[in-house]
Design a protein around this ligand. Structure first.
Ligand SMILES: NC(=O)c1ccc[n+]([C@@H]2O[C@H](COP(=O)([O-])OP(=O)(O)OC[C@H]3O[C@@H](n4cnc5c(N)ncnc54)[C@H](O)[C@@H]3O)[C@@H](O)[C@H]2O)c1
Length: 363
């Protein structure tokens, strides 16, 4: 089988997300781990079996064995890194959120189109077996007509670490966390027409939003509601409720991060007349088999490599990543200007001023 040569730029959380999955990846090979911190790049290489470690992105891009790069640096660097990688003629799988603003997304899309390389945003939840089951139940009519999707994401988070202090990140709750749930709601309900949101800073000293509640109206009239709190003293809670005319599907995970856990969401289907069916997918007896069949990062990388090797268009494109950023940008505008925002956004909002004002009024 033809294999794509893959590098990973940014060796912090990618160590828990992508790197352990290379041992199961048939159509890709881990060529290089790269990070500005030498020890991180070398450790990633040594532990996860990459061929080389780099601290300099320009040097890495000269490596002829690399066909595609997974960008797992902080999101304020995504635009700069993706443009560089595209100019070097390499394909890109870019972590979420794709970028801070729609202007940055446009630069990334343009660079990838000009250089004829793939730009795939890493909305890996679309590759998750539980979300795929939800998608099937929506699309095969089991849930009936969908009236609403509601998402709730609260993580154990206190204090003012770097993620909140770097206000150049231009958003966290609505942009960073929201990008996942926005993408799911677009997958299930279609395009978004209007955005209403309230964001705020709940923990003193933080410079970007740690609270976000966003309501989206989708083209066919359905509503999705996205709630995030990063001031939470309990273990993580992630919950999705899909309200249909025939049944309600509830997906819930509590006390663990769903992105790194092999355990499925607890999934319940509530039919009419109070019939409850447990539709939680069952893990297999052997952890290798479970990961091979179900891990979303593995499935995402397999798809990325398949697109590289066979010249296919990815099922999630740069336009999807841009839409998620556009909708969260619109959420910030809605909260700032105290109004509902009609899409499309004509230009990137001045988020720097917004967050200065927000931090000034709330800290
Ligand atoms: N899909 C998911 O569920 C999920 C989960 C966690 C994080 N993420 C995303 O992954 C990305 C990385 O997150 P993180 O928490 O690991 O970020 P981070 O801030 O910890 O940084 C990641 C790494 O990038 C390195 N780095 C910084 N600047 C660099 C540069 N110029 N060149 C090379 N390396 C550089 C840092 O040294 C660090 O090791 C973000 O976009 C985040 O939103 C996605």
């Amino acid at each position: 089988m033809a294999r794509a040569g893959i590098a990973i730029l940014g060796c912090e959380q990618s160590v828990a997300m992508y790197m352990p999955m290379f041992r199961y990846l048939d159509n890709g090979e881990f060529i290089a781990a790269a990070d500005i911190v030498k020890e991180k790049a070398e450790k990633a290489r040594d532990v996860y079996g990459a061929k080389r470690a780099y601290t300099d992105i320009d040097e890495m891009l000269l490596d002829a064995d690399i066909d595609g790069v997974i960008v797992a640096t902080p999101h304020y660097l995504h635009a700069e890194h993706v443009v560089k990688i595209a100019e070097a003629g390499k394909h890109v799988l870019c972590e979420k959120p794709m970028a801070r603003t729609i202007n940055e997304c446009d630069r990334m899309i343009d660079a990838c189109e000009r250089n004829r390389v793939i730009l795939m945003p890493a909305h890996m939840k679309r590759f998750n077996w539980c979300f795929q089951l939800a998608d099937r139940l929506i699309k095969d009519g089991t849930l009936g007509e969908i009236a609403q999707v509601r998402t709730q994401w609260d993580t154990y988070a206190q204090g003012t670490d770097a993620a909140y202090m770097k206000h150049r990140t231009l958003g966290l709750a609505c942009l960073g966390y929201g990008s996942h749930t926005i993408d799911l709601s677009r997958w299930w309900l279609g395009e978004v027409e209007t955005v209403s949101a309230e964001v705020s800073i709940g923990w003193k000293g933080r410079e970007v939003d740690d609270q976000s509640v966003m309501t989206l109206r989708h083209v066919d009239g359905q509503v999705s509601v996205h709630s995030v709190s990063l001031v939470f003293h309990k273990p993580l809670l992630e919950e999705y409720t899909i309200f249909g005319t025939e049944a309600t599907l509830q997906m819930r995970v509590e006390g663990l991060w769903s992105y790194t856990s092999p355990l499925p969401f607890d999934m319940k289907l509530y039919r009419r007349e109070r019939m409850v069916e447990d539709v939680t997918p069952k893990i297999l007896d052997n952890i290798d088999d479970t990961l091979t069949r179900t891990n979303h990062f593995l499935k995402e990388m397999e798809h990325f490599c398949d697109c590289i090797v066979n010249g296919k268009t990815p099922m999630i494109t740069g336009e999807d990543g841009r839409k998620a950023t556009e909708i969260s940008n619109a959420g910030y505008v809605s909260s700032w200007k105290k109004r509902k925002v009609i899409l499309p956004l004509r230009e990137s909002p001045d988020l720097e001023t917004f967050f200065n004002e927000l931090a000034g009024s709330e800290n």
